[in-house]
Design a binder for this molecule. Sequence first.
Ligand SMILES: Cc1ncc(COP(=O)(O)O)c(C=O)c1O
Length: 439
Amino acid sequence: MKLPARGLTRDEIDQQLQQEATKDVDWKGGKLWTLVYYAGDDVAEVLGETFKSYLYTNGLGPTAFKSLKRFESEVIAMTANLLGDDNAIGNMTTGGTESILMATKAARDWARDQVPHITEPELIVPVTAHPAFDKAAHYLGVTLKRVPIRDDLRVDLDQLEAAITPNTIMLVGSAPNYPYGTIDDIPKIAGMALARGILCHVDSCLGGFFLPFMRKLGEPVPRFDFTVPGVTSISADLHKYGYSVRGTSTIMYRDGDLRRYQFFSRADWPGGLYGSPTMTGSRPGAAIAASWALMQYLGEEGYLDRVKSTMDTTRKLIEGINDIPGLTVRGEPDMAVFAFGSDDFDCYALSSAMRKRSWDIERLQRPKNLHLVVTPNHESVADQFLTDLREASDEVRDQPATESGEPAIYGALESIEDTSNVNDLILNFIDSLTRIESE
Ligand SMILES: Cc1ncc(COP(=O)(O)O)c(C=O)c1O
């Protein structure tokens, strides 16, 4: 394929854009239960308009773009306040993965400087922690150890403690983890880190802009933030429950000295003095400005309203699902993210039956479960979802275990112990994504 010889008209392009969008899942209609955190047309308008007016700006040049310097500093200061320490300091990044990469880079370089006898640094994370930690460890040459969770779906503290070695530089807890929405015992994890003089990162990519408001609403929220002694860094995503545009997260540090290890500089490059706070070189100014504008627009009240309605919807869904014979919500989720499954029938067959009813529900594995990330956008569809879920459960309840089709493939993949072939499949799939299909 080549560039079109002459540019298309705006109408021609719009037509194609609209046509292609019809192939996507109906996320705006609340059919998708992951990936998108839609908080209303007014929010979209604030983001879109701000994005447009800051479209070409670049956060790599804070002296050229004093506006962005102000917006990023203020987003970080507001985030620090939400996370329990006005003196915490950080940076905006392009997402949870970059924030976690940055926390790991800071930890690695802190260890090189402060505990240089450690030549093979290790991170210890719960088995439920996001694969961004594996990615960070892989990119940065750090060893990652995963420890199991207990029956309550929070990390097993005894096993975590037993996994610590003289090479351990950082312990990690999630607030909450993605699969189950449960918060690990952060005070205990941070206490173990503090006692050994090592770092403790809290992955609050999901909860960072949700849990503080839940707490303000008087909901019981386990302690997870900088008020916990020993927590040294926290990742909190703006593009999840911060409701900002894709490509926005924060990485926060209790201590500016630790943050310095995150930075990168090059003093002798012919292109000039070069310094960059995060992973990317150029930084999307439009996303920084849009996040700032949105936080100003929503204010505490706007976030509280959305968190309240989302928690009301979550409780309705949890109750409704537990009411359907054979279905159970797993553990006691701490916020609006949770897993549910069945000990009686194949929940993957249930997700296929729901897909026929146009719902897109994610599948978890080891063990098999289904997954919901509830957002303000789901309030209006929760009743229909439950009605369809009941009907779909009735449909699959007495089905014999499927021997072919999608559930069977998933089932087979799940039972494979050596995952190297499955990894190959995943890599082949990713490889195929940017190749143009011949129709
Ligand atoms: C708990 C948690 N951490 C990290 C991430 C990674 O975030 P991103 O996809 O923005 O890189 C996610 C994404 O869902 C998450 O749920």
